[in-house]
Design a protein around this ligand. Sequence first.
Ligand SMILES: *Cc1c(COP(=O)(O)O)cnc(C)c1O
Length: 260
Amino acid sequence: MTTEGLIGPAQLKDSYRRVQDRIEAAAAKAGRRAGDVQMIAVTKYASPDQIRTLVELGHAELGESKVQQLGQRVAMLDEFMGRKKTLAGAAPKSSVDDLPEKVRWHMVGHLQRNKVKQIIPLVGLIHSVDSLRLAEEIHNYAARMDTVVDILIQVNTTGEPTKSGVAGPAVIHLADQIDTMMHLKLRGLMTMGPNTDNPEDARPAFARTADIFSDIRKEKIGGSECNVLSMGMSSDLEVAVEEGANVLRIGRSLFGEPQL
Ligand SMILES: *Cc1c(COP(=O)(O)O)cnc(C)c1O
């Protein structure tokens, strides 16, 4: 992969603004408040420079799809933010005013059970729980570490065999099972739209996921903190906002097109 298609750090401020504008416009159209829609910057194709620049703009929600890369990026940013804060301590007023106190990492990609142990200390939310066995594995490690891990169930509403996720009709049952696990907190659902050029193609998948989310909340599975609906990426964020997403996962519109 080369970085030719990537947006330079200097242009990132503009692409960040453009994504925020798109979210605001979509929220206005749907009669929702843009502030109720959170954006996760998915950094899988981003350069370290881009990630640091985005965090310096004040952005604190970051996502990765691979465990190893996530670990490297957590370490890179920890070091960067620690250094910035030391410098800020030495200078009375400085460019670090927008720097968040800390960032929160989201695991958005497929998670293998043998990587669970590595990921738990690093992330604030796992979006990709797609089986009871994976949920149990996370629960076991969380119990051992005496912690509670926030998770989303990934729903496969497109039926595409290449996409992971739990089939729609099985989601409520898995949600019920997860709800009994003391070291897991069910925060909601995640889905991915189909791989097509037309954002409208994602609407049925998003609407279906929103329906299941609404059923889970009606049945009070997970309680009041089960309030996250993670759907919508660069190509289909408008449709996702219209269908009720409150968390978007955005990569290319922020960082540019990777040349693979
Ligand atoms: C890469 C990725 C995204 C971001 O996709 P873009 O099309 O680059 O916005 C969102 N969610 C998941 C799970 C991803 O792997």
